[in-house]
Design a protein around this ligand. Structure first.
Ligand SMILES: Cc1cc2nc3c(=O)[nH]c(=O)nc-3n(C[C@H](O)[C@H](O)[C@H](O)COP(=O)(O)OP(=O)(O)OC[C@H]3O[C@@H](n4cnc5c(N)ncnc54)[C@H](O)[C@@H]3O)c2cc1C
Length: 456
């Protein structure tokens, strides 16, 4: 009888971010011999150079901004100032508190072996790491993604930042041009504009936040322009960049007219490229430059190899990566396989006001030729709008003709919290009548949800 091949590990997880971490822990708890390989800082993007540092800085800067505008509430704010290095120190405290940054010990405490190295497949069951070969019965690829660097003339010879590096600045730049107008771009635009940076955003689509509902992108553009002096250059294509003394000159076309602007710094936030350059051919794992190909169960073309998180190239959110990691762990360990359910994944932009959406937006429904009803409740219809002196923003609901909620978009001070009620509605096929008949506490922003639902 042929002997079962022996491997160094039952499971090797490549990448220690949100898509790798839960699966490694679940497998270790199930008694499997597990290793995690990480080429950068353990913990991956979210705690080290992504969500957590940026949200900690946004919280501090938005607080500063609100206090500056506090005279209307009776707050004396003439002597208010900030210290950028103290903001950064706060960010470091926030990262430390999560315990998720630089967390190699977290794995080791669970009996998981860790390797700090770049992993590369040599064969379907072997990876090389710094002059060593490791073998495993099964693998989870959770290598994430990096920022796409657009092919713009001169960009390779001009210093620029990405969201991964811009947090290293020791003072806010005097001026900053952000290439890309998505969620990360507008968060950075607001953050630096509050700190006094003159910000430009160049986006090739006709609005900011192109994957959100039109009204949301337009409102955020208006807020950034009118309140923060940001110059929003939608429908713009960057042609070239070049050094101009200590600054940079950026040339772009807008409405058929060529223009240029001189800025101190450039930030590139124009999409993500999945990290697929890990010898996938040697492992017989099918992939494209847009990501690793998996079936509904997150299984790749090599049946003992699963993949999860940003490396799949589809939804790039932390909560998606976590969900996929748990599902992949189940499917690696058990015969009874599960599928990730993406129907009610919230999308959030943490500007002030925030933008949050779930399910389908109007563009999605038009693309699918769906017959829909929609309603929009401006936030200023709620009493809370008066007591907080905040009048912009809205709740928009979309339903099918029977009233079943298909999607929602919120622009509001606490949009990221309010959206979960609507995520439940989308996930469990609730109707607008059910939402409208649910009591919503007086003086909450969520009253706007009830108003939008009753209008449907
Ligand atoms: C500025 C910013 C803000 C964000 N804000 C939010 C937010 O508010 N909410 C949200 O849901 N999402 C947010 N995201 C997205 C979120 O961070 C990602 O979706 C999530 O972290 C992806 O997890 P992952 O495990 O797939 O990838 P990662 O966390 O990137 O982990 C992949 C790891 O694999 C390692 N690796 C790559 N190749 C190899 C190799 N060959 N060998 C060994 N190791 C390798 C990498 O070094 C990395 O540590 C934000 C992202 C950024 C950049």
């Amino acid at each position: 009888m042929a002997r079962k091949p022996s491997f160094d590990y039952n499971l090797i997880v490549i990448g220690s971010g949100a898509a790798g971490s839960p699966a490694a822990s679940i497998a270790a708890q199930a008694g499997k011999k597990v290793a995690v390989i990480e080429s950068d800082i353990f913990g991956g993007e979210s705690p080290n150079w992504g969500d957590i540092p940026v949200k900690a800085l946004l919280h501090a800067t938005q607080l500063y901004d609100e206090a500056k505008q506090g005279s209307r509430f009776g707050i004396r704010s003439t002597a208010l100032g900030y210290n950028f290095m103290s903001f950064k120190a706060w960010k470091d405290v926030a990262i430390k508190r999560t315990g998720a940054g630089n967390n190699r010990k977290y794995y080791e405490k669970q009996g998981i072996d860790t390797y700090h190295s770049l992993a590369h497949f040599l064969s379907p069951h072997e990876v090389s790491i710094s002059r060593q070969t490791l073998s495993a019965e099964q693998f989870l690829i959770a290598t994430g993604s990096s920022w796409t660097i657009p092919s713009i003339v001169g960009l390779d010879q001009t210093p620029y930042y990405t969201p991964k590096t811009i947090l290293n600045v020791t003072r806010p730049p005097k001026s900053l041009l952000i290439i890309g107008g998505g969620s990360n771009s507008v968060e950075f635009a607001q953050l630096f504009a509050i700190l006094g940076t003159k910000v430009y955003i160049a986006e090739k689509a006709s609005r900011l936040l192109p994957s959100e509902d039109q009204e949301a992108g337009e409102l955020i553009a208006r807020t950034l322009t009118e309140d923060k002096g940001v110059t929003v250059l939608t429908q713009s294509r960057i042609l070239s960049v070049q050094k101009d003394g200590l600054a940079k000159r950026v040339t772009y076309t807008r409405g058929g007219v060529e223009k240029s602007v001189r800025v101190d710094e450039i930030l590139v936030t124009a999409g993500r490229t999945p990290a697929v350059d890990i010898g996938l051919e040697n492992a017989t794992v099918a992939y494209t430059p847009s990501g690793i190909e998996v079936d509904d169960y997150l299984q790749t073309s090599a049946h003992h190899i699963f993949a999860a998180g940003d490396v799949l190239g589809s939804k790039k959110y932390l909560h998606t990566a976590l969900l996929e990691s748990r599902i992949a762990a189940n499917n690696l360990l058990h015969k009874q396989k599960a599928k990730p359910d993406y129907t009610a994944m919230p999308n959030i932009t943490f500007t002030f006001p925030g933008v949050a959406s779930v399910g389908m937006n109007e563009d999605d429904c038009h693309r699918r030729d769906l017959d829909i009803n929609k309603s929009l409740a401006p936030l200023n219809m709620t009493a809370r709008s008066n007591t907080s002196d905040f009048r912009d923003g809205f709740v928009k609901l979309i339903s099918d003709k029977k009233g079943v909620i298909l999607g929602a978009t919120i622009v509001a001070p606490h949009a990221g919290e309010m959206i979960h009620e609507l995520a439940l509605a989308v996930k469990y096929n609730m109707t607008s009548t059910e939402l409208a008949n649910t009591p919503h506490a007086f003086l909450s922003w969520s009253e706007a949800i009830r108003i939008a639902a009753s209008r449907l």
